[in-house]
Design a protein around this ligand. Structure first.
Ligand code: CA
Length: 393
């Protein structure tokens, strides 16, 4: 089953996106035991794998495993692996360039670190324990060259628009897949740019908790997460008053529940890189509902108002992965028979200092008062280089 789906995805990639190029990590999933890897004990090959029948297990200090990988100089790469436990992955070119990603997770999770190579033709990719960790497992390493071409993606004959980025796909704006929530003003301000301004659109839904301006997949097209491969990418610029909080992408369940949410938030909520309300530093983070029905949250980084980042959301038949700001987080999610993807700017009516809801569900006037009280006078999300791919079983 897994192989079949992967083949399908590969054909999609070849057809309609600028394929990222990979540097080769041999025996990346430890299916051939120690072949191609160098090992410092305590480390072992484990039968508890993310995929296949083997993974790497490191049991404590000074356990370390590495492989020397050929790379291109002065090139941006993303190192990823699936991990379970507490530890770190990273690269070391033995010439001063060292980048690592620490993690502490209780389910198999994809972790990533983006870096730019220096003037060396190879580097070590390594896996290590972290302080006071016991058994930590690693599987399916990858090292992928970032697409640095800036504006040549899109394919399929859409064409570029004179260097302003790719055209917004008609699949988003034609009404064939997405409905628009809040049609005044139209987010399509020119053929390569979507601008979402909920303070102007003021769209509400019965159970909603704020003003929204979004595209959402039509109700007739909603299917199970496990029956869909979806890939959404955009360059996202956020202009927002201090203390603002918005959801820019989500997978919604058929009821009022949510499966995946990407936030940009200047809030006191704990667990992120800043977690201070009203200081103009916005945490970018993701919440995913795992297969046990519990939400897991993960910090992707921070921006300030006027800043931008590239967002990538993939639902690979129920395995969701969200990347931004050089970080990514992915887990299998709890499924829903009629889930749907939406994106734009869903401004949350919440006092981000106290974390209290401000305003009444579905009451537009209460949201108006709330945003005025909180001083939220600017909330603009601009998306360019937007692409969306969807394949259903
Ligand atoms: Ca903050």
């Amino acid at each position: 089953m897994f192989m079949k789906k992967n083949l399908l995805i590969l054909s999609i990639m070849a057809a309609c996106s600028s394929a990222a190029q990979a540097a080769t990590i041999y025996n990346a999933g430890f299916e051939d035991g120690w072949s191609d890897w160098n090992e410092v004990d305590p480390a072992a090959i484990s039968g508890d794998a993310y995929q296949g029948s083997s993974s790497l297990k490191i049991q404590g200090s000074p356990g370390r495993v590495h492989q020397v990988v050929d790379i291109e100089r002065n090139t941006e790469y993303t190192l990823s692996a699936y991990v379970l436990g507490k530890g770190q992955i990273g690269i070391n070119d033995l010439n001063g360039l060292f980048k690592n990603k620490k993690f502490d997770v209780s389910t198999w999770t994809k972790v990533s670190r983006t870096f730019t190579s220096a003037n060396t033709d190879s580097l070590q990719v390594f896996a290590k324990h972290d302080k006071s960790s016991d058994d930590v497992r690693f599987d399916n390493f990858s090292l992928v060259k970032a697409d640095g071409s800036g504006g040549s993606t899109g394919g399929g004959g859409d064409g570029d628009t004179g260097g302003d980025g790719t055209s917004i796909p008609s699949s988003i704006t034609s009404g064939s897949i997405f409905d628009l929530e809040g049609d005044d003003p139209n987010p399509l301000v020119n053929d390569s740019t979507l601008v979402f301004v909920p303070l102007e659109a003021q769209h509400i839904t019965p159970n909603g908790n704020g003003w929204r301006h979004e595209y959402k997949v039509k109700s007739s097209l909603r299917v199970a997460m496990t029956d869909t491969y979806e890939e959404f990418e955009a360059s996202v610029k956020v202009d927002m008053s201090d203390g603002g909080k918005t959801i820019i992408a989500q997978h919604h369940a058929s009821d009022t529940g949510t499966i995946m949410k990407v936030y940009v938030s200047d809030s006191a909520e704990s667990g992120f890189d800043d977690s201070v309300a009203g200081n103009g530093i916005f945490d970018v983070y993701v919440r995913l509902r795992n297969t046990s029905g519990n939400e897991e949250k993960y910090a992707l980084g921070t921006i300030t108002s006027g800043g931008s980042f590239d967002l990538r959301v993939v639902n690979n038949y129920g395995d969701v992965d969200v990347s931004a700001l050089g970080s990514s987080f992915g887990i299998p999610v709890e499924d829903d028979s009629a889930s749907y993807f939406k994106f734009g700017n869903y401004l949350q009516s919440q006092d981000t200092a106290t974390l209290d809801d401000c305003g009444e569900s579905g009451n537009s006037n209460s949201f108006k008062e709330c945003f005025e009280d909180l001083g939220i006078t600017t909330s603009k999300v601009t998306m360019t280089n937007v692409s969306y791919t969807r394949v259903t079983n």
